[in-house]
Design a protein around this ligand. Structure first.
Ligand SMILES: C[S@@+](CC[C@H](N)C(=O)[O-])C[C@H]1O[C@@H](n2cnc3c(N)ncnc32)[C@H](O)[C@@H]1O
Length: 421
């Protein structure tokens, strides 16, 4: 029984390690607020528990904003991160770069001048809801803010240096801070009284200078000596091509909560020119783990489910279809675990003897029942190359009750700790 491995008194319980809040206190980690990230302290605990040195190798197959790769690099341990979203992979990579503060300062001055001048016109102005020129009654960025952003961003496009990447990240961070909308769960929500806030070019420039100052302070105090390789790719297909073998894998896959990260980070993807059309966005969506229902991904196989807990959950969802917020949820649940089964197998093939895998995940709620995602994942992992050590409870996440799950107001978030068989 997998449930007996749950540790309700886990040492990291209620320490804030499963969310990104703490990261704002740490140099370099604070260069981009990634709501879906976890804390460097969780990664440090995993590293300490294995007593790793610069001779070892760490992997994160769902690297997000790069908490694992940056923490490993800070401790001089080589690492590999894989992240499917090109914007997020850019954040992860940029946080591990070094540059000369004088070079950065000069480039900042030039970029700032160009941001003051702004751009006459940018392609995004009439696209979707990016500005008021799109003819919509709500828009993400006021026109002079967007033009100022592109004044700076276009200037940096002629530069390939590390300093230029840091400033591009600062520009994206700054414009998002003066957006009329903010991230709220799975969508962007307009700020209350956003029209009265009247974010201006000046507000944007103040943000830019603020972010630049943080970066200068951090590069002066933290020099990254160890290399981390970050691949912008789909873990489900690239893992088998990895030439390295790993001693520790610390990761947090997308949760089974119908959130589509490519949608949440759509403004950044377009602003930074990581993608330029909705077709490209759709293609990217198809490369992500099947934890959402927005894309028409390949139908999973339902005839072979190798976890009894999952079988039970699937049958329950199928017989409660009318209580689901979307008819494809049972398919999504199967598809998610099918993807994760492949990931566990591939990871076991790339793990050294005695390697450990820490996987942070939260449970989900559908049709008024909690789905024990941690137990199902642990169950599947043990059939695909891993031995279960424990499931450490990190916290009970408070959840808004919904009409689909009116009785569920908390969900367990935990770390599944496994050892290579
Ligand atoms: C929970 S977040 C990880 C956050 C990370 N621990 C951090 O601290 O920033 C999960 C990440 O998995 C990425 N992802 C989704 N599908 C993927 C895939 N097929 N291959 C690689 N990464 C993927 C998402 O874009 C997202 O950034």
């Amino acid at each position: 029984m997998t449930a007996k491995y749950i540790n309700h008194n886990f040492e990291l319980k209620d320490q804030g390690t499963s969310n990104f809040v703490e990261s704002d206190n740490f140099a370099r980690h604070r260069w981009y607020y990634y709501k879906e990230g976890f804390s460097p302290n969780l990664v440090r605990s995993a590293i300490e528990s294995r007593e790793l040195t610069s001779e070892h190798m760490i992997l994160d197959p769902f690297n997000g904003s790069g908490t694992v790769t940056l923490t490993a690099a800070e401790q001089n341990i080589p690492s590999v991160g894989i992240e499917v979203n090109p914007f997020t992979a850019f954040v992860a990579k940029t946080k591990t770069l070094n540059t000369n503060p004088k070079v950065l300062s000069k480039l900042f001055e030039e970029t700032y001048e160009n941001a003051i001048l702004g751009r006459e016109y940018s392609q995004l102005e009439k696209y979707s809801t990016f500005t008021e020129l799109s003819g919509k009654d709500k828009w993400l960025f006021n026109l002079d803010v967007l033009r100022s952003f592109y004044g700076g961003y276009s200037y940096l496009e002629n530069h390939r240096s590390n300093a230029s990447k840091m400033l591009r990240l600062a520009l994206i961070n700054s414009i998002m801070n003066v957006s009329n909308a903010r991230k709220d769960g799975k969508c962007l929500r307009y700020k209350s009284a956003w029209k009265e806030l009247k974010f201006s070019k000046n507000d944007f420039l103040i943000e830019f200078e603020k972010h630049y100052k943080k970066i200068v302070e951090d590069i002066e105090h933290t020099i990254i000596r160890s290399s981390s390789k970050i691949y912008n790719s789909d873990s489900r297909s690239i893992l088998k091509k990895q030439s390295s073998y790993f001693d520790l894998i610390v990761t947090s896959p997308p949760y089974l909560n119908t959130f589509d990260y490519t949608d949440i980070y759509r403004p950044e993807l377009f602003l930074g020119k990581f993608i330029s059309s909705s077709e490209e966005l759709y293609k990217l969506r198809l490369k992500t783990v099947r934890s959402h229902v927005q894309a028409k991904w390949k139908t999973p196989k339902s005839d072979y489910i190798d976890s009894l807990i999952l079988k039970d959950v699937y049958q329950r969802l199928m017989s409660n279809k009318e209580s689901l917020m979307h008819p494809r949820i049972p398919q999504m649940v199967l598809a998610y675990f099918e993807d994760m089964k492949g990931v566990f197998y591939q990871l076991s093939q790339k793990a050294n003897k005695y390697a450990h895998l820490w996987m942070v995940v939260s449970n989900s709620a559908y049709a008024n029942a909690e789905i024990p995602v941690d137990l199902i994942l642990a169950d599947i992992a043990t059939k695909h190359g891993w031995k279960l050590k424990e499931i450490g409870v990190l916290r009970e996440i408070r959840k808004r009750k919904t009409k689909y799950s009116p009785d569920i107001d908390t969900l367990r978030e935990s770390v599944i700790i496994l050892e290579k068989k």
